[in-house]
Ligand binder design. Structure first.
Ligand SMILES: [Zn+2]
Length: 419
């Protein structure tokens, strides 16, 4: 997949990294911190949770990976109501920003309903009390009601609706475009609206998501937490939404919620009822620029490679396009030009799957190398190739192209600046 950041975007990111010491620290640490590197080099769809193909752009911190989901659900339903009230208030606030035509249609529907439904009409014109209203409305199912209203609205009866229909369709399209143009922003805005279901579904799945990352990377929880603590210390994780629950008090669920920032090392809260350490899950907000790098189609890999090159004062052009191909990096070294291609793959599930991707990537790189007529070409993988030495060697011999993983990239490029 070619999708690295273009030259201008990359230069901008590198400048920002240089300006901000905490980011520079992380990019320098990527060269020698194996846990940080393994985690951040994961394919974005592996590092982040996703829902219907949309990435949920938060890191997760959990006390344990084997969480009983039903327990989380029953515990969290208690706080649902309070959160819902908050969400409702935010929703009312958001309504002000809705296109006028949505509100007009809503009012129109309500009036049609009141005029045509006998029971509701009676609520308006007949004797009225709160209890009567509650009992009548309680019998209605909101979906059925809107279907009923929809069936009663007829454009032939009211030609002015035609114009409204056009307006509505245009606005609906605008909204769809807004969501599609930046699905991530949309998800974030939903989360910021404090809609409980979305948060709760993240908390529900946080344990198993972290579990799958740890399993893939053969990492333990302490190592994972150490990376998070490091990011927290550098203030690259911004704020969080945490739920603490007691797995001991099942008969009388104990749940605490916090939206303030607590260091990953300080997530030790004792149950107010039984005194046992509480389990937790936390949704962590990531620094904007770091998040942007992590969500890049090529993951963090192309930014990390650019940083390695810049540190070694190797000039390069990135995402170079000619009539035939797009080349990730063309580097000018003391030993001549080097073509470097970045490949971000999901963690290999079998020897066979990696064999296939190595063959395909090297074949493609070989075409690029021939098109540019360069002496050296290197393909850089996002994950550790140590285990696949034989495959790497065979491929390298066959195509005359170097194949390395990102952990080898610093030494690899250093060798090009030494004469
Ligand atoms: Zn307890």
């Amino acid at each position: 997949m070619n999708g690295s950041k273009n030259q201008m975007e990359l230069e901008h990111i590198l400048e920002e990294i240089e300006k901000r010491p905490e980011l520079a620290t992380i990019f320098n640490r990527l060269e020698d911190d194996t846990d940080l590197r393994a985690l951040f080099m994961l394919h974005p769809h592996e590092l982040f949770m996703s829902s219907d193909g949309l990435i949920i752009p938060y890191l997760l911190s959990v006390s344990n990976t084997d969480v009983d989901k039903s327990l989380v659900l029953s515990l969290t339903s208690d706080i649902d109501f309070a959160m819902f009230q908050k969400a409702y208030r935010t929703f009312l606030f958001q309504i002000k920003n809705l296109p006028r035509v949505f509100l007009d249609l809503f009012a129109y529907g309500a009036i049609i309903l009141a005029r045509t439904n006998e029971e509701i009409n009676d609520l308006i014109t007949g004797d009225f009390s709160f209890a009567k209203m509650r009992s009548v409305l309680g019998r209605f199912n909101i979906d059925e009601v809107w279907n009923e209203v929809g069936n009663k609205i007829n454009v032939d009866d009211d030609p002015s609706l035609l114009q409204v229909k056009k307006e509505y369709e245009a606005e609906a399209k605008n909204w769809e475009k807004r969501v599609k143009s930046n699905p991530m922003k949309f998800i974030e805005s939903l989360l910021d609206m404090q809609i409980p279901n979305i948060r709760i579904s993240i908390h529900e799945d946080a344990g198993s998501h972290v579990g799958s990352i740890l399993k893939k990377l053969e990492m333990n929880m302490e190592e994972y937490n150490r990376v998070l603590s490091h990011l927290y210390g550098l203030k690259l994780i911004k704020r969080q939404d945490s739920i603490f629950r007691c797995e001991n008090c099942i008969d009388d669920p104990q749940l605490l919620k916090s939206s303030s920032m607590i260091g990953p090392n300080r997530m030790t809260i004792k149950c107010p009822r039984c005194g046992q350490q509480m389990s937790y899950s936390a949704i962590l907000w990531i620094d904007e620029l770091l998040k942007d790098c992590l969500l890049n189609k090529d993951g963090l890999l192309s930014v990390a490679v650019a940083h390695i090159l810049k540190k070694r004062e190797i000039n390069f052009k990135s995402s170079v396009q000619d009539e035939k191909f797009e080349y990730d990096f063309i580097c000018e070294t003391k030993k001549g030009k080097v073509l470097a291609e970045c490949k971000v793959h999901r963690f290999p599930e079998s020897e066979r799957s990696i064999k296939g991707s190595i063959e395909q990537d090297l074949r493609q790189a070989s075409k690029h190398m021939q098109a540019l007529n360069l002496p050296s070409t290197v393909v850089i993988y996002n994950y550790d190739l140590e285990k696949y030495k034989d495959l790497v060697e065979t491929g390298t011999k066959k195509y005359g192209i170097d194949l390395i993983d990102i952990s080898e990239a610093p030494d690899y490029f250093t060798s090009f600046i030494k004469l």
